[in-house]
Design a protein around this ligand. Structure first.
Ligand SMILES: NC(=O)c1ccc[n+]([C@@H]2O[C@H](COP(=O)([O-])OP(=O)(O)OC[C@H]3O[C@@H](n4cnc5c(N)ncnc54)[C@H](O)[C@@H]3O)[C@@H](O)[C@H]2O)c1
Length: 266
């Protein structure tokens, strides 16, 4: 095989991956790059995005890092323009960026509610609008939205997270219907309990205390017991489903949900 011969299931594709500096987004970025896609790793934590992009480049893949707060439409415009200029028109978009504050209905503040919705739902909406013209240039596209068990049933430990992840189902269907004529698909992928800093760490976008973190064995066991297949998911489990949905193996899948939850949502 010569070095110019196409290789990889995503050869020739260009992906923007939000939350690309995070656990699941990072796993997607690495996998997509391994399968031949050029990747724009986008995150509001620029250093985290740079780390993932550098890792990909070092391994022989193509990646750029951009600082992107998904709530900011102008920043989306810049991210798409840079991606087009440096690696080409966008053919894949993964909307991973998310936030949560795990407090009950009466404790959740309006500011917390707004932030969770603005990052997870408005951010995906603005991102889709920013990327679709680029996908038209590319000739086709796939938009992959991050769901949750909270996209299937009540869950997530906060009213805004419940609303955001259910909202993502509607956004996915709306985008799927609106852009099918442009040869653009849109799919929502819903993980179960994934062992990442989102549910383990104490981050600005997803704070956890001993009460909520899976560092607390009680919380870990509760999530494990709720998972019939007997283990929490790894970021790579979720990235594999994003990969499938991004390829032509999923050519007739749009507007629908793929769950990757070890059976937790049954
Ligand atoms: N870990 C789980 O159990 C689980 C389960 C279901 C769904 N999810 C969803 O998966 C997604 C990724 O989470 P993860 O588990 O990889 O956690 P993570 O904390 O490692 O990743 C989240 C990423 O989103 C980024 N982000 C936050 N706010 C942003 C903003 N305004 N603009 C751009 N980027 C922003 C963070 O910097 C971080 O890199 C989230 O949408 C989360 O709701 C996670």
């Amino acid at each position: 095989m010569t070095t110019t011969e196409p290789k990889g299931r995503l050869f020739g594709k260009v992906a923007i991956i939000t939350g690309g500096g995070g656990a699941i987004g990072g796993a997607q970025a690495r996998l997509f790059a391994t399968e031949g896609s050029a990747v724009c790793v986008a995150d509001n934590r620029f250093e985290a995005a740079e780390t993932v992009a550098a890792e990909i480049t070092k391994a022989g893949g193509r990646a750029i890092a951009v600082e992107l707060d998904v709530r900011n439409a102008a920043a989306w415009g810049d991210a798409v323009a840079r991606t087009e200029a440096e690696i080409g028109p966008v053919s894949l978009l993964c909307n991973n960026a998310g936030a949560n504050f795990r407090v009950g209905f009466e404790e959740q503040t309006e500011d917390q509610f707004r932030l969770i919705m603005e990052v997870g739902l408005n951010g995906a909406f603005i991102g889709i609008k920013a990327v679709v013209p680029s996908m038209r240039k590319a000739g086709s596209g796939v938009i992959l939205n991050m769901g949750s068990l909270a996209s299937i049933r009540l869950g997530g430990g906060s009213p805004a997270y419940a609303a955001q992840k259910m909202g993502m189902v509607g956004l996915t269907r709306s985008a799927a219907q609106s852009f099918a004529k442009d040869n653009i698909r849109c799919v929502i992928i819903s993980p179960g309990h994934v062992d990442t800093p989102f549910i383990r760490g104490n981050n600005e976008h997803s704070p956890n205390s001993w009460e909520t973190s899976i560092d607390n064995p009680e919380n870990f066991e509760r999530r494990l017991k709720a998972t019939p297949l007997g283990r929490l998911q790894r970021p790579e489990d979720i990235a594999n489903a994003f990969m499938f949905a991004a390829t032509d193996d999923a050519a007739m899948i749009t507007g629908s949900m793929i769950t990757v939850d070890g059976g937790a949502g049954m």
